[in-house]
Design a protein around this ligand. Structure first.
Ligand SMILES: Cc1ncc(COP(=O)(O)O)c(C=O)c1O
Length: 426
């Protein structure tokens, strides 16, 4: 990760009577010139080191003069409505991260030669701001999203950045657009940070220009009328990820190839793809969610299992949160109401053969997806090699483990259960 000599720049800005009298332009010039002097070249790669990182102190806010009225919450369709403002931060290989700007939501100016349009130099994130039951606005584990965004950026040679500084800017954006967070329970503001390569030349290589931007979209609960378990298509014709590939990173390039398989699954009557890997048909992920399976072991222990982070699985923030809560219950550190006493948590491979055998023996307790959008998404059926495997679910659509964990997790997000995972915005 690039480290920013921000204190040197800030000292220079503070002590310069010139800078204190002058415009943003002059301040930027001073920042860039100071840093260009401070930057050095990596002897191995020839890349500049020590360039400025994202600096919230340089933020400029340009408010819209045409604020829109937020639509009625009940009319919201996921990802279709955007707030009044967005955040942009440019980067280039000579001067590093530039001035963050919050400005009216609107089109980006990109030349047709921009590398993102040709070589999918694009990473993105998804996280939510909640209006909690105490009237505060919070972000749920934003540090995890910024960490993952940096890992993703590094994987495709986009610039990395200081995640804490980025979180400060996310908070500024949310504060400005907080009237867009619906009041109704279960609603939230979905934040979509993205980072794209904007070098204007055709040729595959690390871009010398990039743009970080964040847009916000008010969203409703994924299941407004109660949980509806979904049917999955155990996909053997396509592979989402493979060893040494990019499945563990949130790259734009990972998602377009999933659309055709999803259409084909829908045509067969299934809602999402259950992505399988290898001749053993190990389960990996479901659609754009992580996967959890619950078995009953011969001694009656209830086992929550998810595939390990072996490079093919996206390290979901919800996955991590579910595992942390489940582990705290299993270890006796924190009892979670509704979870069984004899309870264990494992990260291990699970094959379709194991799922099929457990279902047949009545030992498959439940199966669900986890992700920011839905939090938990129960599954009631897997179509696999021409037959349907049925998965139990209770009348409310959930199972015993998912219900207990969903209740705990959404309690944390709503602020009724205190947790350091919720970062106060205002
Ligand atoms: C492929 C994939 N797996 C899992 C997830 C769940 O991750 P998270 O819990 O961070 O939303 C997502 C969504 O970001 C995803 O796109």
């Amino acid at each position: 990760m690039q480290r920013f000599t921000s204190s040197a720049v800030r000292r220079a800005l503070r002590s310069s009577s010139y800078a204190s009298r002058t415009s943003t332009y002059a301040r930027r010039w001073l920042t860039v010139s100071t840093v260009v002097r401070a930057a050095s070249l990596d002897p191995m790669t020839g890349e500049r080191q020590g360039l400025p990182d994202i600096n919230p102190a340089l933020l400029e806010i340009i408010r819209t003069d045409k604020p829109k009225p937020p639509p009625p919450s009940s009319s919201l369709v996921f990802g279709h409505t955007f707030t009044d403002h967005m955040l942009t931060i440019p980067w280039n290989a000579i001067s590093g991260w530039g001035k963050p700007t919050v400005k009216p939501y609107g089109p980006l100016q990109l030349e047709p030669s921009s590398t993102v349009l040709h070589y999918a130099q694009s990473v993105f994130e998804g996280l939510k701001a909640y209006r909690d039951d105490n009237g505060h606005v919070t972000l749920f584990r934003p540090d995890m999203n910024m960490k993952r965004m940096n890992t993703s950026a590094h994987r495709i040679a986009l610039p990395t950045f200081n995640g804490e500084a980025a979180v400060e800017l996310l908070k500024e954006l949310v504060r400005l657009d907080k009237r867009w967070i619906p009041q109704e329970p279960g609603y939230s503001l979905y934040l979509r940070p993205a980072l794209i390569g904007t070098q204007t030349s055709i040729g595959v290589g690390p871009p010398n220009e990039a743009l970080f931007f964040v847009i916000c979209s008010p969203v409703g609960p994924y299941y407004p009328d109660g949980f509806k378990p979904v049917a999955l298509y155990g996909t053997t014709e396509f592979t989402r990820a493979y060893p040494g590939g990019t499945g563990a990173y949130k790259l734009g390039a990972n998602y377009a190839p999933g659309v055709l398989p999803q259409k084909m699954a829908a045509k067969k009557g299934y809602v999402q793809n259950l992505w399988l890997y290898g001749p053993e048909h190990y389960v990996t992920e479901v659609g754009t969610m992580n996967l959890m399976v619950v078995f009953e072991k011969p001694d009656g222990t209830i086992e929550l299992v998810t595939p390990p982070l072996d490079g093919m699985i996206l390290p979901g923030v919800t996955r991590d949160s579910v595992l942390a809560l489940a582990r705290s219950h299993a270890s006796g550190t924190k009892s979670i109401s509704g979870l069984p006493e004899k309870f264990s948590v494992d990260e291990r491979q699970v094959s379709m053969k194991e799922i099929k055998a457990a279902a047949k023996a009545g030992k498959l307790v439940e199966l669900f997806g986890t992700g920011t959008a839905a939090v938990i998404s129960p599954v009631n059926k897997i179509g696999y090699l021409g037959e349907d495997i049925h998965i139990p679910s209770d009348e409310d659509g959930m199972g015993p483990v998912s219900r207990a964990i969903w209740t705990e997790l959404t309690g944390i997000q709503r602020g009724t259960i205190p947790s350091e995972w919720c970062v106060r915005v205002c």
